[in-house]
Design a binder for this molecule. Structure first.
Ligand SMILES: *Cc1c(COP(=O)(O)O)cnc(C)c1O
Length: 583
């Protein structure tokens, strides 16, 4: 069999002059990128937030660089969810309605995966991404909604992160196992499988079975390691998928190999992260600080780091992109060129940012009826609403915030963000923020935009003056919205966590919040105090009384951070460190 031959050749140190290996080389992609969610555009709602948008931005970066790659994800036919609110500001979730046929084509192939005691048929929809230089990357969206499947199985690719733990387990079987089978049917034999988070780790099960002609377990592990590269995305233990081992027995019908169980099971749970780590030659965290935390969580494995980035062509607002077109040669194909943003004339950057601000404010007016004032310092905060991100840190001391706004310089605030349907605490945070709008008026205008997605992000992030980020340390693995802000000349006001440890230089690229050694006793109070202090002494005075310096900070955000925290730099690091180096 072709597949086994290929893998065996890999095991036996490939002899490049053999006719078989040359033939095989012609259909090798360098990379197969597997991710539970991929966010390419707001019109393809198969993502929930940071992880998916990063996956989409990564593939766009890879397409710009011209690297042969295929990607595999789930169709998520009903999306994550659309967000609305009840009259008392409690989040409501609705299925997303979208027309996949407008963006993708069904492939004629169907593969089978046995889940529990039924064969589930899986097909895929194909979307082609074209990079800035014309290179194409194909993304396959797996789909189980086929008539021949049992009703229960038809729904396996309908809701992203929906259902219970066993729904997730079955979805991950589809992603990893059917994903590899489908690639084989389509004649893809990639050299590397990039597991973007543990969700995709069952692809190791499939590759392991393809290697059935190798009997030595150590040799098998080395062969798999050669093929796999793994990125971990969360420093929160609960964020790592782990399934009761009985569920693994049940849904795999006892077929999970002993070797995979031994490497993955801890305390009766089958850990997708451990499976991925044990069989990958390269393991990375997504920022330098995240590497430290990850090493402590998984001391048995060597963990490197490649700091995340964003796709500049996607996230530069229209007015900013036009400004770059005028002043920065080849910025779309060579993001490094953004270093030259430092030379853009001040008044042109102000004008482009003002345009982004007006585009945002007319959207706010249309959605909420609120008139914001473009002369007023506008803070933006939008991300998944969950406790550690502390969306409400800024609102901890309302009298102090009002006092700042009334005496030092006016402030207005725009929020957005969804809470996971089962994160009740997250929903309460949103409710509290939405309720506070009334209490802040008329001193401070606060709006909370509904249904944060890539479209809202594309207006909100470039349109505010300062991007606020207040996670509890060290729980933000990287964060990427601040990078999108930087590309648009919007400085961050941020806790030094995640990417900001690397990108934040106080009063140069933005502002740091939080004392170096804040007492752990009341971290929230200390961080809030620091936040108000920095607003009072640095952000507001610079914005209102030293415009020239504020513009320099905006420019440095682009040239120091936009030129670096992008997926061109990031994808090149993956190429050298994860994909092509012999680890
Ligand atoms: C960029 C983005 C995120 C991630 O932002 P973080 O700063 O990493 O939390 C989430 N949702 C959407 C829609 C985004 O565009």
């Amino acid at each position: 069999m072709l597949i086994n031959n290929y893998l065996l050749i890999g095991v036996m140190e490939q002899n490049n002059s053999s006719p078989t290996s040359q033939l095989l080389a012609s259909c090798h992609d360098l990379i197969a990128y597997f991710s539970m969610e991929i966010g390419l555009s707001h019109q393809i709602p198969t993502y929930s937030g940071g992880l998916g948008v990063l996956a989409g931005d990564t593939l766009k970066g890879i397409a710009d660089l011209g690297v042969d790659t295929v990607a595999v994800t789930l169709l998520s036919e009903k999306g994550y969810f659309d967000q609305t609110f009840t009259d008392d500001h409690f989040q409501q979730e609705h299925d997303v309605v979208w027309e996949k046929e407008r963006f993708m084509q069904r492939v004629p192939h169907v593969v089978e995966v046995v889940i529990e005691d039924r064969a589930v048929n899986v097909t895929a929809w194909k979307h082609i991404l074209t990079g800035a230089g014309g290179h194409q990357v194909t993304v396959y969206f797996l789909d189980t909604n086929l008539e021949e499947n049992a009703p229960e199985d038809r729904g396996l690719t309908s809701h992203l992160y929906g259902g219970d733990n066993t729904y997730r387990l079955r979805q991950e079987m589809v992603l990893g196992i059917a994903g590899v089978r489908l690639l084989r049917k389509l004649n893809h034999f990639p050299k590397k499988y990039h597991l973007n988070e543990g969700h995709a780790a069952f692809l190791i099960y499939e590759l392991y079975n393809e290697l059935h002609e190798v009997h030595d377990e150590a040799e098998k592990r080395r062969a798999l390691q050669k093929l796999c590269s793994f990125t971990t995305h969360t420093p929160v233990a609960a964020g790592h998928d782990a399934f009761p081992v009985e569920d693994i027995y049940h849904f795999f019908k006892g077929k999970m190999p002993q070797e995979l169980l031994a490497s993955s099971v801890r305390d009766g749970k089958f850990s997708m992260t451990r499976l991925a780590m044990h069989f990958s030659s390269y393991i990375n965290a997504v920022a330098r600080k995240h590497q430290e935390v990850s090493k402590k969580m998984f001391p048995e494995y060597p963990i490197h780091y490649i700091t995340n980035g964003v796709h500049v062509g996607t996230w530069a607002s229209k007015p900013i992109a036009q400004l770059f077109d005028k002043h920065i040669i080849d910025w779309r194909t060579h993001n490094l060129e953004l270093r030259n943003a430092i030379k853009i004339p001040d008044e042109e950057l102000i004008a482009a940012h003002r345009e982004s601000k007006e585009l945002l404010f007319s959207y706010v007016k249309e959605k909420t009826g609120v008139d914001l004032d473009p002369e007023v310092l506008t803070l933006g905060f939008a991300r998944r609403a969950t406790a550690y991100k502390r969306a409400d840190l800024l609102l901890r001391d309302i009298p102090r915030l009002k006092h700042l706004s009334n005496t030092v310089g006016k402030i207005q605030i725009i929020y957005a963000g969804k809470a996971h349907p089962r994160d009740h605490q997250g929903k309460e945070i949103i409710q509290r923020i939405r309720n506070l709008a009334r209490e802040l008026a008329p001193d401070i205008s606060l709006v909370f935009l509904e249904n944060y997605d890539m479209y809202v992000a594309s207006l909100l992030i470039p349109g505010v003056d300062v991007w606020l980020n207040t996670p509890k340390r060290p729980l933000e693995a990287s964060g990427t919205s601040g990078m999108k802000a930087a590309v648009n000349g919007v400085p961050s006001l941020s806790i030094p966590d995640g990417w900001w440890v690397e990108g934040g230089i106080h009063n140069i690229t933005g502002w740091n919040i939080g004392y170096e050694f804040s007492s752990a006793d009341d971290e929230d109070a200390a961080d809030a105090d620091s936040l108000y202090w920095v607003l009072e002494h640095d952000v507001l005075p610079t914005f209102y009384h030293n415009k020239k310096e504020f513009i320099q900070i905006m420019k440095r955000a682009i040239s120091l951070n936009g030129s670096y925290f992008n997926t061109h730099r990031m994808a090149k690091q993956y190429l050298v460190q994860a994909y092509t180096r012999n680890n």
